[in-house]
Ligand binder design. Structure first.
Ligand SMILES: [Ca+2]
Ligand SMILES: [Ca+2]
Ligand SMILES: [Ca+2]
Ligand SMILES: [Ca+2]
Length: 408
């Protein structure tokens, strides 16, 4: 890590020498403007999260290409616009619609950021760590993330994300300096903690390569009142939006996504989006996860390739639901929607395994929600779950179930 940093510093010093050498290179003005714009949005976002005083000088030292600078600024500006919608007092349906629209714009900006970060010029930058707004890791390190960020861009390495990972419920109480409590993020572990143990904001994570691990099983935190079985402690992780917008894009590698509730491409009066472009991936959560929506939310999960495994788990005794009750039921998972909104689950290729509950999954829409499940690619997949949901079958919506199931 140290060696790589020295190499990059040399490269950025060379760039600096070019700037101060007299004749300004073409594009210098726009680069300067772009850097100022990125510094401004990082500082403003930090202030709006209640963590003012971020020293944005690291952005000037990072030696980002103008394209990458602009793409980072655009992504953060779109997330900040979404976070501002989260703070309005609009009725649920109105807020959910505004967040969906804002989330779709943010997805486009995050995709542009992914393209910019994949260009060879991006590899020569230095890292940026401006907690809790921006983290950029341009090298091949296997990073362990235990603090929350609005925007994370990680170029390579087998990374471990023990943080919000593109979930919009951000822990601004715990983290590196200047956090009030130094140490790993705790985050929100149940609905009632939203806005207290974490800030409802907006977030995105872009990981360009590597076999990554998203969250881990631990002894219970607040759920110790329900169970002693290991589980993922936090909610609203990995491309999830609770009253806001959360985005996760992972481009390559065999990845493991572990969750609890309101996680992995899930929206709750908000917009959640998880896109995994390639690799043989594994997904598991307790309920209301993996391409799911509740209460007028929008949740999308898109896995484009690979032999993937989708499952759920249930600790003995259950885990807290949104009413603070130890709940042992599952559902609203893998294309499940409840109480309005839209959930889409799409797996486009590979030989996949689905271990779903017998209801509320694989294209399920209840109480005004619409749930879509699509497995494409023609391979013979393994299904356990609702009766009749299997290979080469299409199940259309009915009066009892506003769900669509397609395996092709
Ligand atoms: Ca990394
Ligand atoms: Ca990956
Ligand atoms: Ca993958
Ligand atoms: Ca697949």
């Amino acid at each position: 890590m140290r060696g790589a940093r020295i190499i990059r510093t040399t490269a950025s010093l060379a760039g600096l020498a070019l700037c101060v050498g007299g004749v300004a290179p073409a594009g210098a003005t726009s680069a300067t403007t772009g850097t100022a714009r990125l510094e401004r949005v990082v500082a403003t976002f930090a202030t709006e999260l209640g963590t003012p005083g971020v020293d944005t000088a690291a952005i000037r030292r990072a030696g980002l290409s103008p394209t990458l600078t602009g793409a980072m600024a655009s992504a953060l500006e779109s997330l900040m616009a979404c976070a501002r919608i989260s703070r309005t007092a609009a009725p649920d349906a109105e807020k959910a619609a505004a967040l969906r629209s804002c989330g779709e714009t943010a997805v486009a900006q995050v995709d542009a950021l992914r393209t910019a970060a994949s260009a060879p010029a991006a590899k020569r930058s230095n890292e940026i760590d401006l907690w809790p707004v921006l983290r950029y890791e341009p090298d091949n390190n296997d990073d362990v993330y235990d603090a929350d960020y609005v925007l994370i861009l990680d170029a390579a390495g087998d990374d471990s994300y023990f943080n919000n990972a593109g979930g919009n419920a951000i822990d601004v109480l715990r983290g590196p300096a200047p956090a009030p409590n130094p140490g790993p993020a705790r985050g929100c572990q149940m609905d009632g903690e939203l806005g207290f143990e974490c800030v409802v904001a907006a977030a995105a994570l872009v990981d360009l390569s590597g076999n990554d691990t998203y969250q881990r099983f631990e002894t219970p935190g607040v759920d110790s009142a329900c169970t002693s079985d290991p589980l993922v402690r936090r909610i609203v992780l990995e491309g999830a939006g609770a009253g806001g917008v959360g985005i996760l894009v992972d481009a390559r590698g065999d990845d493991t996504y572990n969750g609890k509730i309101l996680t992995i491409g899930t929206g709750h009066i908000g917009f959640g989006y998880l896109r995994d472009v390639s690799g043989n991936d594994s997904y598991t959560a307790i309920r209301t996860s993996i391409g799911a929506s509740v209460v007028a939310g929008t949740g999308h999960l898109l896995d484009e390739a690979g032999d993937d495994s989708y499952s759920y788990y249930m600790p003995a005794g259950g885990a807290f639901d949104n009413n603070g009750v130890c709940q042992t039921t599952t559902g609203t998972i893998m294309g499940g929607s409840l109480l309005g909104g839209l959930a889409t689950f799409r797996d486009l290729d590979g030989t996949d395994t689905y271990a779903a509950p017998s209801a509320g999954a694989l294209g399920s829409g209840q109480l005004g929600g619409v749930g879509v499940f699509l497995d494409a690619g023609g391979d013979t997949d393994g299904y356990t779950g609702p009766a009749g949901h299997t290979n080469n079958v299409t199940l259309l919506p009915s009066a009892a179930n506003q769900g669509l199931f397609i395996d092709s």
